[in-house]
Ligand binder design. Structure first.
Ligand SMILES: [Zn+2]
Length: 346
């Protein structure tokens, strides 16, 4: 079978789509005939190499994917051949104190398929049963294969960790990106007043279609100033910041007294200049969040499968053009999810 892979970290030219040994499902694994899978910003970091993460090479990337069950290991009970499934990439040990409290994404040995472990951007993948959710058969492969990581991340970040409530004001940075567009849809669903930033009017139009009430083009104006103006100098109750170094100071400036900033990533760098005076004087909270528990994944994906939430598909490419997919993400071309499909499926 063929798989996207790389044998070394580096630039986009390390990525190939070549023959790879057929996966054999273990006792608790499911063999999935992969139909589609989205990329995430994580795929860029993984390809470049993350400090402290040593991968078995060649590495097959891909944390999102969906397909049809081909075969199941002898201990698998939830799936049978023919079922449609989507991957949820978080792998927890099941034994540590956090797992035992149902906080799988806080697992002390938490790992992510495609990042620390082999991923699913291949014609066929052997995936642990715990890392699959059932997908109704009327859901398109592009949707099924692109929702899991960003929607579970945004769901836990806004609701469980951030405790977003109806009527609160929330600012979502990078609202047309993967996590951003999921966060706008979830915040709107909760009944919050949504302020969205993006780099172009076209992206903002899309954020509006996702449910944003106030639009700020951050290329044209300073977003913290815009928030101050739009809220009568009050600020917002929550800022969703997955951008990091480039936005952190202005994110803190955008918060009302007692507000909180929630973060699940730092695409522009993880060491921002911060302002402790502002944090204590305004009594702000900084809240981190990573992935989600299996129960949260079930809750949010149910709302994707029934059409309440919809991942935007930016582009569908053959897996042999995965390097091009990385280029689109790195250059911020367009918005929404870049999806790859096995060349044999196109
Ligand atoms: Zn654990």
């Amino acid at each position: 079978m063929k798989a996207v892979q790389f044998t070394d970290h580096g630039d986009r030219d390390v990525i190939t789509y070549d023959e790879f040994p057929d996966p054999e499902p273990g006792r608790d694994e499911v063999l999935v005939d992969v139909k589609a899978g989205a990329l995430n910003h994580l795929d860029i970091w993984t390809r470049k190499g993350l400090p402290g993460v040593t991968l078995e090479m060649p590495h097959v990337p891909g944390s999102d994917g969906a397909g049809i069950v081909e075969a199941v290991g002898e201990d698998v009970s939830r799936f049978e051949p023919g079922d449609h499934v989507a991957v949820t990439a978080g792998v927890a040990c099941g034994e540590c104190e956090f797992c035992r409290h149902g906080e799988e994404s806080m697992c002390v040995r938490f790992r992510i398929l495609g990042e620390h472990l082999p991923g699913v951007h291949a014609e066929v993948a052997a995936v642990p049963e715990d890392n699959l959710v059932a997908v109704p058969k009327d859901v398109d492969w592009e949707i099924a294969g692109s929702a899991s990581l960003v929607f579970q991340t945004a769901w836990r970040m806004l609701l469980t960790r951030g405790e977003l409530a109806p009527g609160e004001k929330v600012l979502v940075l990078g609202a047309s990106g993967g996590v951003g567009h999921a966060a706008v849809q979830i915040a709107d669903y909760v009944g919050a007043e949504v302020y969205a930033t993006a780099s172009s009017d076209e992206k903002l139009e899309y954020a509006e279609a996702c449910g944003a009430d106030h639009l700020i083009n951050y290329e044209a104006e300073d977003f913290a100033g815009a928030i101050r103006e739009l809220t009568g100098k009050r600020g917002v109750d929550m800022v969703v910041d997955h951008v990091g170094a480039a936005t952190w100071r202005d994110s803190l400036k955008s918060l009302a007294k007692g507000g909180r900033i929630v973060t699940c990533g730092a695409t522009t760098g993880g060491r921002p200049e911060t302002d402790l005076n502002r944090i204590f004087w305004n009594q702000l909270s900084v809240v981190g969040s990573t992935m989600a528990t299996p129960g949260e994944v079930d809750d949010v994906l149910e709302l994707v499968w029934d059409g309440t939430f919809e991942p935007r598909i930016r582009e569908v490419l053959p897996m042999s053009e995965t390097a091009r997919a990385h280029e689109m993400i790195e250059n911020r071309e367009g918005f929404g999810k870049v999806v790859v499909r096995p060349d044999s499926e196109l």
